[in-house]
Design a protein around this ligand. Structure first.
Ligand SMILES: Cc1cc2nc3c(=O)[nH]c(=O)nc-3n(C[C@H](O)[C@H](O)[C@H](O)COP(=O)(O)OP(=O)(O)OC[C@H]3O[C@@H](n4cnc5c(N)ncnc54)[C@H](O)[C@@H]3O)c2cc1C
Ligand code: SF4
Ligand code: SF4
Length: 658
């Protein structure tokens, strides 16, 4: 459900009632074929949110070229027809009759067992207070805008030029912690955790865009914690030549009318320095938007002081309300890999509480019985797509269709304005049945995105889904040979001939199904391994948990408290008790994996125990959670001076005190 927002959540874990308001799109999703004719003619231009205000979009628009669903929508606040009752151009131009100015909002009531809140973040808006001249000096941009300038699909097609005068940039400055770690300017005292890394990435990538570009990052400190992050920071400095300046910036001014920006800062020696740049990029932090705070109220969950979802260290995707989970930047500023990990964790947590009703609402799509074509001679139908003007604007589609009609075993040829539109799908289905076609060629776009759709059409027409072949006369032809229609038309004929020859030899196929062993193996009985094992067991799967030592708990057993004060040993002990009490978890203590073979769904792993016994375990999936070993220092007199201890040993001293 797009253009939709949650306006109410009531009930409890296992049985929530959610109210969703679906805003009107003013474009019929079933009819819109995303040809873009409407946006081309719409006279109303506004700042594009997707391009972070670096370029314009129309009042009728798709957010970006690969948007899902790829359907147009009208911005009701900008549309001249919806605001003033005039215009109506898009309705006149739309070839599919998809425009509906009378569309209204719809309210949906949904019954769900669990809720995941993943509304993400909003980048800090420096324009509110004209921070560092943003909104006043055109060459001061945010990091999000800089991302768009660097993108090949962005407003400058990846050319790094200044917004003020279009001059290619030669010297760019990044200012860190804008909207973070600064109570005075923005009220956000927290670190946004991703902006150091993305600034380094942008500085390195910008150098690839403009050879010789000088990039400087102005910062208090670089926070590059994470797998391989610090190495990337070093490489940016040593190999890419990104300059890092630890300082306190105190002003930016324009240098006359030149468009250049004068940056003042106090360096580490306490000296005042002045430097000039073509462009200044503000590394903006992550904030929770107001509408998300409202959503939290609706859901009745607690927020932290900084308005991120409050969670516990031992169940980081559970909110304060049972059955409501969270993940991603709403649970705290974080990057994509961490957001993905949390997304999976939230899904696993939901699968756990919904396990008793798994599959209860699943419905299988039904298709008519498949026609047996083994004794039939090939009867091939060729459908040549215009794709609006995408194909027909370059290729002589009529000539291609005529040519297709001369090919062996082709008994039907037709041209479609948009082969993937719902009405063409329906027609295609009917034609296959009426004409007794037993093989189909669609000369259109790429099979990567569209073959699944045409396979469904064949199935719906009672044909085996593998009797379709696509000739890619758009992406690999009209788009690349747009300036040479004659060559493109010849190539289209060749592609169609090859597709016809191929489909002519195709036979009905059946997908092979391979049984999956519904068991899991987890290697490592620390916090991570036990959490994974418990989750899968609570979903009803048999789990084999292999632990090398004679006790579960791993390194957490030596730790006292988390930074927020949660008792680690106590929580770990509770987890150990749950794991040992779960009848679906088979624990192999003092055991190690000595061999493994197989493939996803069907592994066989050999585990050997300290007493010399070996056992082969069949399982469908495996989780390796063998943790890490604390480094044993050879420096600082460790092992020689009694009072020099590691952090782990220091925590153990706390334990002794307790
Ligand atoms: C300038 C910049 C550069 C970055 N570069 C990188 C990078 O290079 N690498 C990296 O790993 N990370 C990067 N990040 C961080 C990255 O953007 C986040 O980690 C990631 O987007 C978080 O994903 P998310 O799904 O939690 O949130 P979001 O990406 O914010 O997605 C949340 C989604 O929820 C929708 N939504 C919001 N409210 C509601 C509601 N009430 N109802 C329904 N839907 C709603 C939103 O429309 C949105 O689609 C960067 C961030 C910034 C600001
Ligand atoms: S009616 Fe609205 S969306 Fe359609 S063309 Fe006119 S301004 Fe654009
Ligand atoms: S990640 Fe870096 S730039 Fe972002 S707030 Fe933290 S220290 Fe500042």
């Amino acid at each position: 459900m797009t253009l939709s927002e949650v306006t109410g959540i009531s009930g409890e874990a296992g049985n929530f009632q959610v109210t969703v308001r679906e805003h009107p799109r003013y474009v019929d999703m079933d009819k819109c074929i995303a040809c873009g004719e409407c946006a081309a003619k719409c006279p109303k231009k506004v700042d594009s949110e997707y391009e972070a205000g670096t370029s314009k979009r129309k009042a009728i628009y798709v957010k970006y070229a690969q948007a899902v669903p790829l359907k147009y929508q009208i911005d009701a606040e900008q549309c001249i027809m919806l605001t003033k009752g005039k215009c109506g151009l898009c309705s006149k131009i739309c070839p599919a009759g998809a425009i509906n100015y009378k569309d209204t909002e719809k309210i949906h009531e949904i019954n769900v067992g669990a809720v995941v809140l993943a509304p993400g973040f909003e980048a800090y808006q420096p324009g509110k207070d004209n921070v560092w001249g943003y909104g006043v000096y055109p060459n001061v941009v945010t990091a999000l805008q800089f991302e768009r300038y660097m993108s090949a699909s962005g407003p400058t097609e990846g050319h790094l030029i200044r917004p003020s005068d279009g001059k290619e940039i030669t010297k760019v400055a990044f200012l860190q912690c804008v909207g973070s770690r600064d109570e005075n300017k923005c009220g956000n005292s927290y670190c946004s955790s991703v902006c150091c890394m993305y600034a380094i990435k942008e500085a390195v990538m910008a150098k690839d865009h403009v050879p010789g570009l000088r990039t400087s990052i102005f910062m208090m400190d670089m926070r590059t914690h994470g797998k391989d992050f610090d190495r990337y920071y070093q490489r940016a400095h040593d190999e890419s030549g990104v300059r890092f300046v630890r300082c306190r910036v105190h002003g930016i001014e324009p240098e006359g009318d030149s468009g250049d920006l004068r940056l003042h800062y106090i360096n580490e020696e306490g000296r005042q320095v002045e430097e000039f740049f073509d462009m200044v990029v503000l590394s903006v932090g992550l904030e929770v938007p107001e509408h998300v705070k409202k959503l939290s109220d609706i859901a009745g969950i607690k927020l932290t002081k900084d308005c991120f979802a409050a969670t516990s260290d031992f169940s980081p995707v559970s909110t304060s309300k049972e059955g409501i989970f969270t993940c991603g930047a709403f649970a705290g500023p974080k990057d994509i890999p961490q957001s993905v990990v949390e997304g999976s964790a939230a899904a696993a947590a939901v699968a756990d509480i919904l396990a008793p009703s798994r599959g209860a609402l699943t419905r299988e799509k039904t298709f008519p019985e498949e026609r047996d074509i083994t004794t039939e001679d090939p009867k091939i139908g060729v459908f040549v797509c215009h794709c609006g003007s995408n194909i027909a604007g370059v290729i002589d589609v009529e000539a291609v269709a005529d040519y297709a009609g001369t090919l062996p075993n082709v008994t039907h040829v037709e041209r479609n304005l948009f082969s993937c539109s719902q009405d063409t799908q329906d027609n295609m289905m009917q034609t296959i049945r009426e004409q007794g076609l037993n093989r189909v060629v669609v000369a259109a776009c790429t099979p990567r995105t569209h073959e699944p759709l045409f396979r469904e059409t064949l199935k719906a027409a009672g044909l085996n889904e593998y009797l379709v072949e696509m000739a890619n006369i758009r992406n690999q032809n009209s788009w690349v040979h747009a300036k040479d229609p004659s060559i493109a038309t010849t190539k289209a004929k060749d592609l169609v001939r090859m597709a016809v020859a191929k489909v002519d030899r195709q036979v009905s196929l059946k997908p092979i199904s391979v049984p999956i062993t519904q068991k899991a193996l987890v290697v490592g009985g620390g916090i991570a391994g036990m959490t994974a094992a418990l989750n899968m067991a609570e979903q009803g799967f048999e789990v084999h948990l292999v632990e090398k030592t004679d006790s579960l708990g791993g390194n957490a057993l030596y730790l006292a408290h988390t930074w927020s004060g949660e008792p680690i040993r106590q929580k770990t002990q509770q987890l150990v008790e749950k794991v040992t009490a779960n009848k679906d978890i088979i624990i192999h203590m003092k055991s190690e994996v000595t061999a493994a073979k197989g493939f996803v769904g069907n592994f066989t792993t050999t585990i050997s125990s300290a007493d010399g016994l070996t056992q082969k375990i069949s399982h469908g999936v495996g989780v390796v959670a063998i943790g890490a070993r604390p480094y044993r220092p050879k420096e600082y007199g460790y092992g020689v001076i009694q009072n020099v201890v590691t952090a782990l040993e220091f925590d153990r001293l706390f334990k002794l005190k307790e």
